[in-house]
Write a protein that binds this ligand. Sequence first.
Ligand code: SPV
Ligand code: MG
Length: 294
Amino acid sequence: MLRTEICGKPDLTFLMEAHDALSGTIAKRAGFKGLWASGLSIACSLGYRDANEASWTQIVEVVERIVDATELPVLVDGDGGFGNFNNARLLARKLRQRGAAGVAIEDSCFPKMNSFVGDRHPLADIDEFCGRLRAMKDAVADDLVLVARIEALIAGHGMEEALLRASAYAAAGADAILIHSGKSTADEILSFARAWRNCLPVVIAPTKYYRTPASKYRDARISTVIWANHSMRAAIAAMRHVCGRIIAEEGIAGIEKDIATLDEVFDLLRYDELARAEARYLRPPSCSDSISSR
Ligand code: SPV
Ligand code: MG
């Protein structure tokens, strides 16, 4: 399960977004040691908005494919747990069964809305959210890293509220705190980290403050950085570009050199392994012929 690949290693950990088995496989090949199963990106790839339109069972199915294909530790974006404590613990149990390494749940209300859409982000009541965390912890104990995500800064509440929530969530059994921010600089994240003093490992997703170099997070002793949606956004840009060119050029000769070769596709999916397995396990034709002719 490699919990330390999710958070709590001595050095900074990086988790790369995956929204399906292919994006997870590409991240693994690039050298990432852990993945973030992004709610936004999975929803997007299914054609849903990041507003709890995808069901928790649909998310679990995608996570299972990512885990199976990559065998990497996967921290799953569990949104707000898809309801109350009962839905949250069902989700936690299923994710553990399907091989996830951890789950992050955010203190939003169902149905959630992506943190960067609009400005109506009602926060869950602290005690009610702690009930979700306790129920998840009781359901899966230490088999799944439990990350409590604080949306207080996103929702326009101050640092005090964020710290109050972090303490309550730690007491409720969280293993790490994900502090989220929509600011274009890392200032408020870094001041949270200073005040929090690593009471639990701190996880961040610098989607909006993307200019900050990783060295700043190292200096602040942040545990884990999530590159939350970058494969999905890269795929959108690449697919839009290729579709536009094919329609404009009424052909594919021009784009061939800009896209992955078929050999690359077969290599990513390890067709060579299948060929070796066939050589080992398929009965030679002569053998089956002789059996059927008896
Ligand atoms: C996600 O990837 O779904 C997240 C992170 O929650 S972010 O989109 O940066 O809010
Ligand atoms: Mg999300």
